[in-house]
Ligand binder design. Structure first.
Ligand code: ZN
Ligand code: ZN
Length: 333
């Protein structure tokens, strides 16, 4: 029997329709990357390095970096935009001002988030924090996001492990909706909506995929797509720029476990990873988190067209399936 669930973090209703079943992925598996790419050390003469993690003895722009941020070749926005008229009440405009960086996560094009050493991924997550903090502190920036796409079907422009940082003067629709709903909840109940949901999920356990001392992964109550998975820090913080560095090894470990579980259970699907945060640190009503969306079915036309998401996989089933995949890994290890 299909039924609706209201997204507690937004305004959408999701139609859960489990008997439709999950058909085999429309998109297949992520292909093995070639040995070298346009983002490999020495191949990037045209790109400008903004910042990098490299040995102290090495020269900026040189080839011996471990993680680096480059100006995105597509740079959707510019730090020095041509002035745009703000328009009026009815027809608003804003300059395409901002920062668009590509963060190259490893010199080796064939590495993946789940195969690189956990210490290296921790370094990447620390670098994200630095870049996010720099971007959020810049004048006029209203929104900062990090997105990671794996596989062409998920929109990745490169096979090389990378993420994108986008910092812009306008809000992001999905984060804005979460912010509005969470602010309302905080006004009415005096508590963070995300902390409250996390407490409830940990008590009920059905949708918890995995957890450690600092982070919890859940299948959200009103998951919009099959196997949508969220990672929430246990410690309340509104901006990723304020994340405690000593929790990042735990975040790296949890992300690697989750993507490995996707690989085992769903045959290495393309996926998107999105960091949701606000630029203000210390807001009591918003809680940064990471959303992971495996790309399994191509329903976007219907979903975007009607305003309703139809999800054929119950979040409780997705969570159980991923827990089993993780348990199998433990047995093999
Ligand atoms: Zn919170
Ligand atoms: Zn979110």
């Amino acid at each position: 029997m299909p039924f609706f669930r209201k997204d507690p973090f937004g305004r959408a209703w999701v139609l859960l329709s489990p008997e439709r079943g999950l058909e085999p992925s429309d998109f297949g598996s992520v292909a093995q990357a070639p040995e070298r790419s346009r983002l490999s050390p020495g191949a990037d003469a045209a790109a400008t390095e903004i910042a990098a993690v490299r040995p102290a003895s090495s020269q900026a722009g040189g080839p011996d970096w471990r993680v680096r941020a480059l100006t995105h070749p597509a740079h959707l926005v510019s730090a020095r935009p041509t002035v745009t008229d703000a328009g009026d009440e009815l027809f608003k405009q804003a300059a395409a001002y901002g920062y668009h960086e590509i963060i190259v996560e490893h010199p080796d094009a064939r590495q993946r988030l789940e195969t690189m050493p956990a210490e290296h991924l921790t370094e990447v997550l620390r670098f994200f924090r630095e870049r996010v903090a720099v971007a959020a502190a810049r004048p006029g920036i209203a929104h900062v996001q990090i997105t990671r796409s794996v596989g062409r079907a998920a929109g990745a422009a490169y096979d090389h492990p990378h993420s994108q940082l986008l910092a812009v003067p306008v809000t992001n629709r999905w984060v804005e909706e979460e912010v509005a709903v969470a602010a309302e909840y905080h006004r009415d109940h005096g508590r963070c909506l995300f902390c409250q949901v996390l407490e409830r999920e940990l008590a009920e356990r059905q949708r918890v995929v995995t957890q450690n001392d600092a982070y919890v992964a859940i299948a959200p109550f009103a998951a919009k797509t099959p196997f949508e998975t969220w990672v929430l820090p246990r410690h309340h913080a509104s901006s990723y720029a304020a994340v405690a560095a000593n929790t990042l090894p735990a975040l790296a470990e949890l992300l690697q476990a989750l993507v490995s579980a996707f690989n085992d259970a769903l045959d290495a699907p393309p996926y998107n990873l999105m960091l949701h945060m606000v630029v203000e640190e210390g807001r009591p009503d918003y809680h940064w988190h990471i959303e992971l969306l495996p790309r399994l079915t191509n329903q976007a036309g219907f979903d975007w067209g009607t305003g309703y998401f139809v999800n054929p996989t119950m979040p409780e089933d997705a969570a159980r399936f991923l827990r089993e995949a993780l348990a199998m890994r433990e047995v093999r290890a």
